[in-house]
Design a protein around this ligand. Sequence first.
Ligand code: C2E
Ligand code: MG
Ligand code: MG
Length: 279
Amino acid sequence: MSFFQSLQNLFASRKRVIGATDLRRALTHDEFTFYYQPEWDLKTGQVTGLEALIRWESPNGIIPPNDFIPVLEETGLINSFTPFLFNQTLHDLRELYAVGFEDLFMSVNLSVVQLQDPVLLETIENSLNQYSILPEKLECEVTESRSFSTDGLEMETLQKLRKMGIKVSIDDFGTGHASLNYVKNLNTHKLKIDREFVKDLFDKPANQTIMRMIIELGHSLGLIVLAEGIETPEQEKWLKDNGCDYAQGFLLSRPLPLPMLISFLRANAVKFGLSPKND
Ligand code: C2E
Ligand code: MG
Ligand code: MG
């Protein structure tokens, strides 16, 4: 067996091993934590908000979301995770406000299963109240999946979120099934263009055409357009020159635990257009 095959087997077996019992334990033992990745305005360089990305600090090391979110969904455990998601991220946003980063917004990822949860809106409202966060400072990112119908329960939930003043963004735009009808009906705030297009921007010229089209489409619908996965200054320049509004990616910062994020924002406050309080 080659080294690569053994690695593949190792990953396959690790995935099989993650089950409901591990995840339930992780929930009760506080093993889930959020890392935060800044989004920035391409025109001004200002950091405007953060995306919360879940990590599982398991006894075997840090496990990324793609390895366990599907298991949380399949087992229905994701709905026990939702109150933690809003409590933790809004608690952390309040902490950022306390050190003086008062204009930032928090963006969280919601899966279709979470949108079907009958107590989702109540959960969100409770967390917003608990940490005194204005609804417009909260953004929910959704990736449209095949099971998502334009007149179903999920759509109704998203419309209620909009009515509450919470922003809704379309994640991984360009790769899924997001129809224009859906984007329009939802009164969406932002399109987040999938990293796939940025990754091969200069190797696959077709991606440049697609990017330009998505930027134009977003703007003609009155939406903000953000590109995910910016890793090089060349990509940043191209996006800026082609009218993309916002960016997110390793070029500025990887997702960071809260204390590291605060130090990073403090160290670059002037450049990021932020004015923190002195500690
Ligand atoms: P996403 O929402 O599209 O998040 C962006 C992913 O791209 C993150 O991966 C982030 O770490 C990664 N990324 C950002 N910039 C760069 C870059 O410049 N280069 C590269 N190579 N990668 C970059 P991550 O954290 O592993 O998350 C994967 C997906 O898991 C997320 O994709 C999101 O769909 C899902 N996810 C994360 N947290 C949650 C959560 O709390 N709830 C739910 N339901 N899903 C979550
Ligand atoms: Mg996202
Ligand atoms: Mg994405």
